[in-house]
Design a protein around this ligand. Structure first.
Ligand SMILES: [Zn+2]
Length: 438
């Protein structure tokens, strides 16, 4: 949803990425420009292809997916293997591969002998993109499970928010997942991505994941980011604060946690339909002041409602105006309340963590449309959560702070060295100007 407003400049393209692009363009040329293409003599040489630990050139490779009604036995039988042999294979393989586990729609590969009989010698099943099971019956029967190698490629990207905002992020080959990570994970509390300014700019160091060096498997993680919003710099560095629990957070250049103890909204992908407003006038009530002490987030009926912070449920009930609602006490200062639920999930006394589902959006009680009315209590008074300086989530420990500051030194200079397109342009002009003078 944010991707439309980015103009992206990408650096540090991996060789893999380049190869893919080259392949795509050459395909296009083949089909479109046959008339004008000059005759080129090509020498075709078969290259060695490896997959699943086999040299594929040595076999006839048959790829298919498990169809409804397929079984291991039928697949082999169709390929000229008799039932005594099939039973023998299934029996020998069963410790590492249960042939009943085959799922409709999953890919499998048969390696057939490269002779006139073309008998299957190997069956490979892929329950997902990474794992695969091999039953090898070339001579003796053995079965094993393996994982395809995963490689991580570090990339850098920078971009400037422009007024002519039409270039989508994904058009540039950068996954929209990356934008969402920036908007919803890393900068959710510091920058409102719905109110970005023209001229805001950013740089990101992130890693992409590839299976078998060639299949793109998405963004793995964002290592560091820099965002300039209204000329203010915002640094973010990923850092693991607890290797046992695997707790990872983003901190700024002074080791302050960017995450806050409270989520910004109790529902994802929602919009604020009515803000906290003590002087709200409603025509329905003859334009009298009817203060709205909550913030309304409109979302579809059934959308999960999330606890915005850790706490204990102190109310889970129904009233005529609130409908189904839940109230959570976070500490002696803060409580939050969620109204008009279709259904409650949490019970009084339950401890909930930030992001846990406590109910679903509905329109019970006094409401005209599906939304959650979010009420934010501070010291027993309802306040506007958007006007609060929310407490930092988990502050970094004193001990860790020093190693953190040491750790980010080189990453920060890497970030600082990434150029923006306009900077590069100006630098080139400067160079040209200088060379003309000389
Ligand atoms: Zn409300």
């Amino acid at each position: 949803m944010y991707s439309k407003i980015f103009k992206i400049q990408k650096t540090g393209l991996s060789i893999i990425g380049l190869l893919i692009i080259v392949n795509l363009t050459s395909c296009k040329e083949d089909s479109n420009s046959q008339d004008i293409a000059p005759q080129v003599a090509t020498v075709e040489k078969e290259i060695d292809r490896y997959e699943f630990g086999f040299k594929l050139n040595d076999f006839i490779v048959v790829r298919d997916t498990i169809k409804k009604g397929d079984s291991f036995g039928e697949i082999l039988e169709r390929n000229k293997i008799g039932y005594p042999k099939i039973f023998q294979i299934a029996e020998k393989a069963k410790d590492s591969f249960d042939i009943r586990r085959l799922q409709v729609g999953k890919p499998y590969t048969l390696l057939l002998s490269k002779d006139s009989i073309q008998l299957p010698e190997c069956f490979i099943y892929q329950p997902n993109k990474i794992d695969y099971s091999v039953i090898d019956f070339q001579d003796s029967i053995h079965a094993y499970n393996r994982r395809k190698p995963i490689t991580y490629v570090e990339k850098e990207v920078s971009g400037v928010i422009t007024s002519s905002i039409s270039v989508a992020l994904d058009d540039q080959g950068v996954s929209a997942v990356l934008t969402n990570k920036l908007a919803d994970d890393i900068y959710a509390w510091t920058i409102d991505f719905n109110r970005l300014q023209v001229g805001d700019r950013f740089k990101v160091i992130y890693t992409d994941k590839y299976i078998d060096d060639s299949i793109y498997a998405g963004v793995d993680k964002v290592k560091a980011a820099f965002f300039e919003h209204k000329k203010e710099p915002f640094y973010a560095f990923e850092f693991k604060t607890d290797s046992i629990k695997g707790i990872i957070d983003y901190f700024n250049e002074d080791a302050k946690n960017l995450r806050r103890a409270f989520l910004k909204a109790p529902v994802q992908f929602s919009r604020v339909s009515s803000r906290y407003n003590l002087r709200r006038r409603i025509a329905y009530y003859g334009n009298k002041i009817r203060p709205h002490k909550g913030t309304d987030f409109a979302a579809r009926v059934g959308t999960p409602i999330l606890a915005t912070a850790n706490g204990t449920v102190i109310k889970a009930s129904y009233t005529r105006s609130n409908g189904n609602y839940v109230k959570i006490r976070h500490n002696s200062t803060y409580s939050t309340q969620y109204l008009h639920m279709q259904k409650r999930k949490s019970k009084v006394g339950e401890f909930v963590k930030q992001g846990d589902i406590i109910g679903w959006v509905g329109m019970t009680g006094n409401t005209a449309g599906p939304h959650v009315c979010y009420r934010f209590w501070k010291n027993g008074r309802q306040v506007d959560p958007f006007k609060q300086k929310l407490p930092e989530a988990e502050p970094i420990s004193k001990q860790l702070k020093l190693s953190y500051l040491e750790y980010i030194k080189s990453i920060r200079s890497q970030l600082d060295n990434i150029q923006f397109l306009e900077d590069e342009f100006l630098a080139n002009q400067e160079d040209e100007f200088q060379s003309k003078l000389n």
